[in-house]
Design a protein around this ligand. Sequence first.
Ligand code: PMV
Length: 335
Amino acid sequence: MTNSATAVAHANIALAKYWGKRDETLAIPATSSLSLTLDAFHATTTVTVGAEADAGTLDGRPMSEGELGRVSRFLDLVRERAGSTARATVTSESTVPTGAGLASSASGFAALAGAAAAAYGLDLDPRDLSRLARRGSGSAARSVFGGLVVWHGGTDDATSYAEPVPGGEAGGPLDPAMAVVVLDAGQKSVSSRVAMRRTVETSPFFPGWVESTEQDVRLMLDAVAAGDLAALGALAESNALRMHATMLGARPPVRYWTAHTVAVLDEVQALRAEGLPCWATIDAGPNVKVLCSGADLDVVATALARGTDGDEARRVVTARPGPDLRVAAGAGVAA
Ligand code: PMV
């Protein structure tokens, strides 16, 4: 048995969002969700078992106390299952800007789940890895798989897991792709964990959000099965706006948008009016991810890079469907 393992997991962006938990400890979401795993952003994490105390680095710097605490609590779950008390060293490198609503926790915790399970000698299938990753960060459950992924919300630990949805392949009938408009790669003001809790506890719109998202997931799965990107995109844009409307209804309100966010929403609407099919979605940050077909990706990205708001900081990253989580023994894994 090896005591060191490395995993690579890619970021995912939800088209039907996860926003709110029904069980905080187990990270059981209030709704199911649907996402696209992206090739453009990934985390590479190595876990080596056998240390005085848990220790970790993130992009070459020591983890903060908060970051290490979260990693350590996650490793406790793995140790419990493995019957081990051994501490570990974790090194993680990410190409995703941390904490800016670009799903850094999704790829980070999916990679940590894969590497830690292997390093501690747990033999988990992808569904069990998804359930484990969920405990680190809900959206990490979906980063275990490539392409389009559904996370069945479920009602307990056993029934809350993600699985791939056929039809999300690049070049297939749907051919989904994304232009990621990065407006502000800085740390977000309110963490998704805190913002979700506040939304669940204080937004009067939350019950409506839960009901309509369950329905959106069903309609989106139908759209995927029909290869209908326009139906999927329209539902995704609406679902994101409903999520933000719900958190705007919290007290105090949660607002991640900036004026630049609104400018991109206007631009996406204008591109559609000009006959270029594309749809916006926004997570827990100001950035906007724009869904379109792989065939239109370069045209959409070029138009969005131009911008209408004179924002010099704007950057557009093009992304296509990314792969499944990969795990290998030792310190290396094929990228
Ligand atoms: O996994 P978390 O706790 O970072 O929450 C993710 C929340 C959203 O990105 C806003 C939505 C989603 O489904 O990914």
